[in-house]
Write a protein that binds this ligand. Structure first.
Ligand code: TRP
Length: 431
């Protein structure tokens, strides 16, 4: 069987999930978690929450509510890895290892940090006003979340893509310095997932104060739905589905057939109040069965705590051995193991090399071999060692696009890209 593809998603524990989170993140994630050939990691990013929120009670409450939402929505903790970030001490430890291979310049370019600096500059105050080191380091913590579990694919919104690319950069730097320990992650953006409009037609978001609650008393949800902004068309007047937030929200829950029926009802002049009642009932049909489970969990936090503890133990069975490997790789080691390890470091640190020699025909040749001794290039014969040397120097200078001409040929099964990479490694090492 093929190795599983690992998906990983973090959920920052500030706030309470609303319908937009459900449609845009929770529901697709729960569905995806059942796909064969995958391993799925979902965690409560409570260390990340500390960057934005200094109210302990809110952090705790939000962690409780978000965990309850995901389980109520059908996430099966037996089938996936479901844990709380702060229960995995390996994550902050990995954060430090990554911090030490991350250029400060890379972090300077992070959107969230830059936005705050730009705002401060525009306001004429010190550029670092309200910038904690936590905000600055946010991408490193996030990279640790991802790299800790060798995740391949990270389902995120567009605003997070830069963070995934940074995680990739950090993984690359680490691998370059210490050997191939990290898997390079990729962002996975699902274009088919609906962006739910909120009550006022803009994207549903807590910062716009236009959300519909996911769980909560049905009466409250009904009231929110009845406050969706509509136009002033009277009952009996045909209504447009284009630009109708009500219609779009309905569509996110309805089957194609149901959607078609509402489209017809719009054309037939359904009263807005009747359309809102339909929407309320349709949403309730999907959410009501989950509500009981949600309420139960929120009212039995010890049960939830147990689920999270079990999830942490399961996740740490992956994290602990990997962190041990990484500690060893960087040299945080048991002193008694030093002698043997040093030899291996040396072998790993070996670089590709040019080996020059003289052939029976009297001509001067070279081979280019990689760090493991595999033949990459075989040269033709040169009249003098100097000419061979000049060509080698030329190759070294043109690491990104070596011109081989007829003076050297790729060894069997070797791609030009591998030669590029090896030349690049040499160039990097001499810089
Ligand atoms: N930064 C993410 C957000 O705000 C949350 C998050 C933290 C995350 N760690 C992660 C997402 C790792 C994906 C992978 O949405």
């Amino acid at each position: 069987m093929a190795a599983p593809v690992r998906y990983l998603t973090g959920i920052t524990t500030t706030g309470t999930p609303h319908l937009g989170n459900y449609v845009g993140a929770i529901r697709p994630a729960v569905q995806a978690s059942r796909a064969a050939g995958t391993e799925n990691f979902y965690f409560l990013a409570d260390y990340h929450a500390l960057i934005k929120c200094d109210e302990p009670a809110r952090i705790q409450r939000s962690t409780l509510e978000i965990a309850a939402c995901w389980l109520a929505a059908g996430l099966d903790p037996e089938q996936v890895f479901f844990y709380r970030q702060s229960d995995i001490p390996e994550i902050p430890e990995l954060t430090w290892l990554l911090t030490c291979v991350t250029g400060k310049g890379l972090l300077n370019r992070a959107h969230a940090y830059k936005a705050q600096v730009d705002k401060n500059t525009a306001a004429g105050v010190d550029p670092d006003t309200d910038v904690t080191a936590g905000l600055f380091m946010y991408p490193v913590l996030m990279a640790a979340d991802i790299l800790m579990f060798k995740a391949h694919r990270i389902p995120v919104g567009r605003d997070q893509v830069q963070h995934i690319e940074m995680a990739r950069d950090m993984a690359q730097s680490f691998n370059h310095l210490y050997g191939e320990h990290m898997v390079l992650p990729e962002a996975a953006i699902d274009e088919s997932v609906a962006l739910l409009p909120g009550l006022d037609g803009r994207k549903m978001s807590k910062s716009y104060d236009n959300v519909i609650a996911l769980f909560g008393p049905p009466e409250q949800i009904r009231k929110q739905i009845f406050s969706i902004v509509t136009d002033s068309r009277a009952p009996g007047e045909p209504k447009a589905v284009e630009g109708s937030a009500l219609f779009q929200i309905y569509q996110a829950f309805a089957s194609p057939q149901e959607t078609q029926q509402l489209r017809q009802a719009y054309a037939d002049g359904i009263a807005w109040s009747d359309a809102k009642q339909l929407l309320f009932e349709r949403i309730d049909r999907e959410i009501a069965p989950m509500r009981a489970r949600y309420e139960h969990l929120v009212n039995h936090p010890a049960e939830l705590e147990q689920v999270l503890q079990a999830g942490a133990a399961k996740a740490r069975r992956r994290a602990t051995p990997l962190l041990a490997e990484l500690r060893h790789a960087v040299g945080l080691r048991n002193l008694a193991s030093a002698a043997g390890a040093a030899k291996k470091d040396k072998a790993r640190a070996a670089l590709p090399t040019f080996k020059q020699y003289r052939e029976d025909d009297g001509l001067f040749h070279f081979k280019f071999v990689d760090a493991q001794g595999r033949l990459l290039l075989q040269s033709a014969g040169f009249a003098s060692p100097k000419e061979a040397g000049q060509f080698i120097a030329q190759l070294k200078q043109s690491a990104s696009a070596p011109q081989l001409g007829d003076r050297a040929t790729l060894a069997d099964g070797v791609a030009l890209a591998e030669v590029n990479a090896a030349l690049q490694a040499l160039a990097d090492a001499s810089n």
